[in-house]
Design a protein around this ligand. Structure first.
Ligand SMILES: Cc1cc2nc3c(=O)[nH]c(=O)nc-3n(C[C@H](O)[C@H](O)[C@H](O)COP(=O)(O)OP(=O)(O)OC[C@H]3O[C@@H](n4cnc5c(N)ncnc54)[C@H](O)[C@@H]3O)c2cc1C
Ligand code: SF4
Length: 449
């Protein structure tokens, strides 16, 4: 057993990482689905969308071939509506709320219809938004992820000149560097970022890291306001013996390598254990399998009822041949010659519920031994402690504290997205960016008065 790269042919890699939710093949196929929509009053699909996209309206516009209007309806609520149509866990959001579920019929494929409308807008570079005249105000945004881009777009539309400082060489945040390639490709992410910034009034300074190349104090002095949207950091440590062995990987780094270095260069084991059961764990497990691992086992300390990923995501992992061990937690990693050979897990049982009502896993005397050559840790991300610790900015467990939606304790400094909520979904970060822009505009107005 050993970690190896270049396990498949180029063609096989291409097949393994192809689009998991392909678009409609024809206009007619999209129209058939759009015409099934009941255009519900007080539509539950819209209510369940964190960015409140007017779903029945954009679907109606598709039925009348008004694709530009449809794209405008989507993008005016969610400027990353194209990306969200590929990555949103729609089964627990809009599609999960569609009234067809109550009739035990297939929900309207809202995400595919949203993709149908927005793909054209991005591909054909439609100009759907215009900036208001420049109002002389300047705002710095830290991070070109969904929250930062959404905030920047809304501010720029209102006439503010925005400078985004991004530590990576590309924008998009985890859309570009984190989410599995079979959901959204790096090429699409690049097109989407370019589409958003093509509005004008948004300058992105890449390879510029807060805390290293720039400081918050300087930004506060040079700009009218600052919006922090730097997301969350690397995977939490397991704090168990053997974590240092070769073959133990951080899920975020593993996925980052797949997204940036190219599939053949990324090493994967024959027998892989993935610790965790969130979206990151599923993405790491399925991609390990698609890179050529023979066996992939997801290990989760609770049961299926408590898992953070959706049933649809679990299904993707199962269809890829990944197996799951419920009620087990890693206790020790053993190795030979510095390389992982064995994972020992403690068997758990569910105990009393805590104040949130969630039953807590408690260890039993039993253990399970797995012969593995790779352990991927996907047990949640730790906030960028060092970024917030050095400043007078209030935070709790590394997450920036805000009053209202994005106002921090520092005058003129706002924050949103994963760095505030600790890690949710793209669509939540987009809404956070919109809320941030609204509060910044209010602040700029009051400052002027
Ligand atoms: C593996 C994985 C899979 C996921 N899958 C999904 C999914 O399928 N669907 C979904 O909806 N959500 C998914 N998510 C969650 C989603 O990606 C995030 O909630 C969302 O990207 C948060 O947006 P954000 O803008 O707050 O942060 P990010 O996307 O993290 O963007 C933050 C940006 O700030 C930059 N930055 C960080 N530090 C600094 C600094 N010091 N200076 C300057 N720039 C900095 C980063 O490079 C990055 O570009 C996934 C997350 C992970 C980790
Ligand atoms: S709930 Fe379903 S049927 Fe009703 S408007 Fe939304 S998508 Fe259409």
């Amino acid at each position: 057993m050993s970690l190896r790269n270049n396990r498949l042919t180029d063609q096989e890699y291409g097949q393994q990482f192809s689009d998991i939710h392909p678009p409609f093949e024809t206009r007619d196929a999209a129209l058939v689905e759009a015409n099934r929509c009941l255009f519900c009053y007080d539509a539950p699909c819209t209510k369940s969308c964190p960015t409140s996209i007017d779903v029945p309206k954009f679907i109606k516009q598709i039925t009348t071939d008004n694709i530009k209007g449809s794209a405008y309806t989507i993008l005016s609520s969610n400027i990353m509506g194209g990306g969200c149509s590929r990555v949103c866990p729609v089964e627990k959001l809009c599609e999960g709320a569609c009234v067809y579920n109550l009739m035990e019929e297939e929900a309207i494929p809202i995400a595919r219809l949203q993709r149908y409308a927005t793909e054209k807008a991005i591909q054909e570079k439609w100009t759907l938004f215009k900036r208001m005249p420049d109002n002389g105000k300047r705002v710095a945004v830290i991070g070109a992820g969904p929250a930062g881009l959404s905030c920047a777009h809304a501010l720029s539309r209102a006439g503010v000149a925005v400078t985004i400082y991004e530590k990576e060489s590309k924008g998009g945040g985890l859309m570009t560097y984190g989410i599995a390639a079979y959901k959204v490709t790096p090429a699409f992410c690049e097109d989407e970022v370019n589409y958003i910034t093509s509005l004008g009034g948004i300058e992105v300074k890449y390879n510029q890291e807060l805390g290293k190349d720039i400081s918050l104090d300087t930004l506060q002095r040079n700009y009218d306001a600052v919006y922090l949207a730097f997301g969350v950091g690397l995977t939490r440590q397991l704090e168990i013996p053997g974590e240092h062995l070769e073959g133990v990987a951080d899920a975020i780094r593993f996925i980052y390598a797949i997204r940036t270095a190219g599939y053949p260069t990324v090493s994967v084991g024959d027998k892989v254990a993935v610790i965790g059961m969130g979206m990151t764990a599923i993405d790491a497990a399925t991609q390990a399998k698609r890179l050529g691992a023979e066996e992939v086992t997801l290990i989760y300390r609770r049961t299926q009822q408590e898992m953070p990923c959706t049933t649809a995501e679990l299904e993707i992992a199962r269809l890829d041949g990944c197996r799951v061990i419920w009620l087990a937690t890693p206790a020790e990693i053993r190795g030979e010659n510095g390389k992982v050979t064995t994972l020992i897990c403690q068997v758990m049982k569910l105990g009393e519920a805590d104040e949130s009502g969630r039953r807590q896993p408690v260890p039993t005397d039993e253990t399970i031994t797995l012969q593995v050559d790779m352990v991927i840790k996907a047990t949640g991300q730790t906030p960028f402690e060092q970024l917030v610790n050095g400043h007078a900015i209030e935070h709790h467990k590394g997450k920036i504290s805000v009053i209202d939606k994005s106002v921090t304790n520092l005058t003129g400094v706002f924050a949103g997205g994963d760095c505030v909520n600790g890690g949710k979904e793209v669509v939540d970060a987009i809404q956070a960016g919109k809320d941030g822009a609204k509060e910044i505009l209010q602040f700029l107005l009051e400052k002027q008065a």
